[in-house]
Design a protein around this ligand. Structure first.
Ligand code: EPU
Length: 330
């Protein structure tokens, strides 16, 4: 039996029958040959920054990519292309880009997790999504079939991709290929990023620092207080509902999606529903960002689910809007 405590940022205790790591494509191929995937259910876990364990024990094999390395595969006057192992820590990759003068990833600074999961989840922050940087994703499935998905084949959307589909759960990400720019292409218009930067010149290092400072002010550090970042995705609602709500709540923030749809920040909805900072047993809604649920210590997945349900019901009761979890319930 293997403890999963150190494999989830929520800090929830659970156990797995087996936990295996692969350090290379060949090692994963060997596991396929040995029949590892035929023995029992399996789940590929990254840094565990987007999962909620809802059971105390899983008679499963958990697999973790430990494929490391960042290789420069192409370079011209304008761009670089980099092939990165799925087990690399996401923020170390961002740090490398920034220190080498490669532009594009800086707004995604300090997002927890690993490179493989970034391509599954299409991580995003401050006006940038990782799909904007991805060229292709190299994969191996549990039958030993290798396939490179070009970015347009990954079906990227807001916090989603083809790799989240139920019939694609047997696909393991080996490497992600990214394209970064050698010239400034900053995106500074989201929220208070420009204000955080101040008057000085925008450089890669300054933008990274501004993003880190904003995140550290709002988001709890999982090392100190268990959490999985945004617990819910921001709901997309019809323009008709949006127009109705705006009459009652003229200050409601929103983002345009298309002529018929508008995205509303779930954090705002939760705060208006009175749940920001509220506690329920060993879990709470974070007091600085209501989109985040935190483990106050020794919480179970059940405790988190109860709080999530209460928050969802409160938001639905007040606004008629369903908010869905972003976190993957296991
Ligand atoms: N807001 C409130 N109260 C709150 C939280 C937010 O009123 O408690 C309002 C803010 O004032 C602002 C708006 O909601 O007007 C948006 O807030 P924020 O910029 O903090 O972003 P978010 O929509 O709550 C999303 C991502 C975050 C990402 C930020 C910044 C999702 C699910 N979450 O949050 O991603 O860091 O934007 O780009 O889209 C994550 O995925 O784990 C994550 C942290």
């Amino acid at each position: 039996m293997h403890s999963l405590l150190s494999h989830n940022t929520f800090g929830i205790e659970a156990h797995a029958a087996y936990f295996m790591e692969y350090h290379s494509e060949d090692e994963l191929k060997h596991m396929v040959k040995e029949g590892v995937f035929k023995e029992r259910p399996y789940f590929c876990i990254g840094a565990g920054s987007n999962v909620l364990f809802t059971r105390p024990y899983y008679d499963w094999t958990f697999l973790h990519s430990a494929i490391r390395g960042m290789e420069l595969t192409y370079e011209d006057a304008n761009y670089v292309e980099v092939r990165v192992g799925s087990g690399e820590v996401w923020d170390e990759f961002v740090q490398t880009c920034v220190s080498r003068g490669w532009y594009g990833a800086e707004n995604l600074s300090l997002i927890p997790g690993e490179v493989g999961a970034s391509a599954v989840q299409n991580i995003g922050a401050y006006g940038v999504e990782v799909k904007d940087l991805i060229i292709s994703v190299e994969t191996l499935d549990t039958n030993g079939y290798r396939r490179i998905y070009k970015a347009h084949e990954c079906e990227y959307g807001y916090r989603t991709s083809i790799f989240k589909q139920e019939d694609k759960k047997n696909i393991f990400i080996l490497y992600v290929n990214f394209r970064l720019s050698k010239h400034p292409c900053f995106k500074l218009d989201y929220g208070n990023v420009r204000q955080e930067l101040g008057e000085g010149e925008a450089t890669l290092k300054h933008v990274r620092k501004a993003i880190i400072d904003i995140r550290q002010r709002k988001l709890p550090d999982p090392a100190l207080q268990g959490n999985a970042g945004s617990f819910f995705v921001n709901p997309v609602i019809s323009r008709t509902l949006y127009e109705e709500l705006r009459v009652a709540y003229p200050q409601m923030p929103s983002y345009e999606i298309d002529t018929n749809h508008v995205k509303i920040p779930a954090g705002w909805l939760i705060e208006q529903a009175g749940w920001k900072g509220q506690r329920m047993g060993p879990v709470a809604v974070h007091d600085k960002q209501a989109l985040v649920l935190v483990n106050l210590g020794e919480a179970t997945g059940g405790d988190v689910m109860r709080l999530a349900k209460a928050v969802q019901e409160a938001v639905y009761g007040k606004f008629g809007i369903e908010i869905r979890p972003e976190v993957n319930f296991l």
